[in-house]
Structures are given as C-alpha cells and as structure tokens.
Design a protein around this ligand. Structure first.
Ligand code: SAM
Ligand code: SF4
Length: 357
C-alpha cells in the first residue's frame, strides 16, 4: 500500500484511498490541506469569484426532511421578493462587479413560476447589458423548462444530489413521487442536455451517513463529470423531522472538519472544477468559508437577499449574515478574502475551467 504522501500525488483515487484522506488527522490532515491548496493554485489559480446570492422566494412544494423552509413548516412566513427588489439586488451585484448572481428559491413547477423566472432572466440580462452571469437554483424541473431558462439567459444551474446513496436519499426525503432519487439524477442529466454548466453537491454529516458514503459521493461527482460543486455540513433545524435524530450526529466541529476534508479531497480528485465555500461552513465557524478558500475552494456566494426576507430563509439553525446588508457583507468579505491570501476576480464570470475545456 502507498504511504500517505504518495497517495496525495495521485491523479486517480479509489474508494479506499478517498476514505484514508477523509479520515486523516494531525500531520496527515495538514499535508492533505497543503496539497489541495497547491493543486488549486496550479490548476485554477488564486482568484475567488463572487456569485451574489438572491434567495428570491421561500415558497416550496417539497418537504425534504432536513430543510427549514420545507412545505410543512408552518412557522415560516412565506415570501416572494418583487421583481424590483430582485433587480435592485442584481444591479448592486453588477455595479460592484460581482460578475454573476445566483437566483435561488424553493421548488415550484407552476406555469406562473416558470414564466416568472423566465421574465426575471430576461430583465436581468437587459439591465446588465448581458454582463451579469446568471446561475439558477430552483430545483427539479422538466427538460423543457430547463431549455427555456437556458435560452432566456441562465447559463449555470445548481442542483445538489444531497447524497449519492439512494438508500440514504430515501431516508432524508418523504417516500413519495415528488422526492425520488431517480428524478434527481434525471434532472441533472436534463440540465446537461439543456446546455447548462451543472453544479451539484452533498450535505456532510447527515444522520445515517458513513465515511464510505462520503467517499462514494466524491466518486459520484467525478463520474457525473460536473463543472462545479457546492457542498457543506448538514446543520439541524428544530422544525424538521430530521431533528429527531440530532443525538446521532457528529458534533458540529466534526462535521465542519469533515467538510473541509471533503473539499480538499475533491480538489485533488477534480482539479479544474469550481468549488464553492458553502455558507453553512460559516454557520459553524465565523471564518469557515475563508478556511475553505485556503484548502481548495474558489467560489464565494455573498448574500444579496433583501434583509427583511433573510430570517424566513433559514434552512438550518444559526444561518449567518441575517442582518447585514449587501454593502456591509461585501466589505466584510473583501477583508476576509485578503486575509485568506486570495484575490477577487472582479467583473468576471469565473466559469469552471473544466467546462471551458
Ligand atoms: N429548492 C432548491 C433545491 O432544493 O435544490 C434550492 C434551494 S435549497 C434550500 C438549497 C440547498 O440547501 C439544498 O440543496 C440543501 O443541500 C441545502 N440545505 C437544506 N437544508 C439544509 C440543512 N439543514 N443543512 C445544510 N444544508 C441544507
Ligand atoms: Fe424545498 Fe429545496 Fe428545501 Fe427541499 S431543500 S424543502 S426543495 S427548498
């Protein structure tokens, strides 16, 4: 068997090697992080690209067992930001040279919703003279809808697989036709067919999840040949069914550490993709996202959701930046990114090198 340093030099990894990296401690953990940072600098460089995140609606037709805005959580006040509010947030992103925005929401598939997103895409493109890149994160839709949205100006789409283990997927979703693993896979394939740069990812530290599952998740991401990945710790929310299993969870710090190792290991496995420093990292450690930037991540999603709505988009407990407006958020991020030794790719779309290839 190869020693740890030799394994780190690999360009291909099997499940056993991935598990070894994910379980690394002490000196070996440090070596993993250093190698991931070196690979990142060599292959994708030192730039961090911004995607201004606009959580434009928390209305959702689904009931994922982990999510604070699931349909059955009656404690949430439902909102839908107006076109003016969304365009204002996009204008802020454009004027501050963020390069791109992400429009994220609960999942709806009504004709009204599909048309609304379509209209927004066209307005954002027109307002920014085609300069703002647009990523969508609006859940599972038909191939036809994906094609329509692609045509109207979105060019990247985020749809996490959540877990690549179909059995675990079933345990964290209701058992009905709206929440099928097979549909999720189909949606990811449809997004590719529609011509999107596709991003996916998983939650780390879920109840019932093993380190083998996580290694298989990494192999899944590689097999799916995705262009970008956003993954972060699972964090419990008291008004969700999965909260009943909180005693089985690893500590938050353990989930945080495992998330960093997942990011570093993914950078070795897929050197030229975009990897986001997930907001959930910051919910556990105030400088969690910057730490991720120093061990492999290269994408940050500053929150541009109008402040009045943020407390109603609480996917999990302790979600950060609930009361910071966009300007404050930007200043705070700039300082943090400098501290992490990275440079901001202002005004660039920052598409994944993997996709461009
Ligand atoms: N509705 C769309 C969807 O599900 O793809 C987009 C919005 S959804 C809120 C975005 C992501 O939030 C999900 O893919 C999930 O991974 C993450 N999320 C939800 N609840 C979470 C929790 N309790 N801890 C960590 N991440 C969570
Ligand atoms: Fe809805 Fe997305 Fe939350 Fe599932 S994860 S309940 S689809 S917002």
């Amino acid at each position: 068997m190869k020693n740890f340093i030799e394994t780190l030099q690999n360009t291909e990894f099997n499940q056993e090697e991935l598990i070894r990296l994910l379980l690394s401690e002490g000196e070996e953990r440090t070596q993993l992080f250093q190698r991931a940072q070196a690979v990142k600098l060599e292959i994708v460089g030192n730039k961090v690209f911004f995607r201004g995140l606009i959580e434009f609606s928390n209305i959702c037709s689904k009931d994922c067992l982990y999510c604070g805005i699931r349909k059955s959580n009656e404690k949430v006040i439902r909102y839908e930001a107006t076109d003016v509010e969304i365009l204002d947030a996009c204008r802020f992103a454009w004027q501050n040279r963020f390069g791109s925005v992400v429009l994220q929401s609960g999942e709806l598939s009504s004709p009204h919703f599909i048309q609304r997103v379509d209209g927004l895409l066209r307005k954002i493109k027109e307002m920014s003279k085609g300069e703002l890149g647009i990523t969508l994160s609006c859940g599972e839709q038909t191939l036809e809808t994906y094609c329509q949205w692609r045509e109207s100006g979105a060019h990247r789409y985020l749809l996490r697989i959540e877990s690549s283990n179909p059995e675990l997927y079933r345990k964290i979703h209701p058992d009905n036709d709206f929440h099928r693993f097979e549909n999720r896979i189909q949606a990811l394939n449809d997004l590719k067919t529609a011509g999107f740069q596709v991003g996916t990812g998983v939650m780390i530290g879920l109840p019932f999840q093993s380190v083998e599952d996580l290694a298989n998740d990494l192999l899944f991401l590689k097999r799916m040949d995705v262009d970008m990945v956003g993954m972060g710790p699972y964090i419990e929310h008291e008004n969700t069914p999965l909260y009943n299993f909180r005693k089985d969870l690893q500590s938050k710090m353990e989930r945080f550490d495992l998330s960093l190792k997942m990011i570093a290991t993914l950078r070795l496995l897929m050197p030229d993709i975009n990897i986001a420093a997930a907001t959930a990292l910051q919910a556990i450690d105030p400088s969690g996202r910057e730490k991720a930037l120093t061990i492999g991540a290269n994408i940050l999603m500053p929150n541009l959701t109008p402040c009045e709505y943020r407390k109603e988009y609480q996917l999990y407990e302790d979600k950060p930046c609930l009361d910071e407006d966009a300007e404050l958020c930007r200043n705070c991020l700039e300082a943090r990114i400098e501290l992490a030794g990275c440079e901001i790719g202002y005004g660039e779309w920052g598409d994944s090198k993997h996709y461009l290839k």
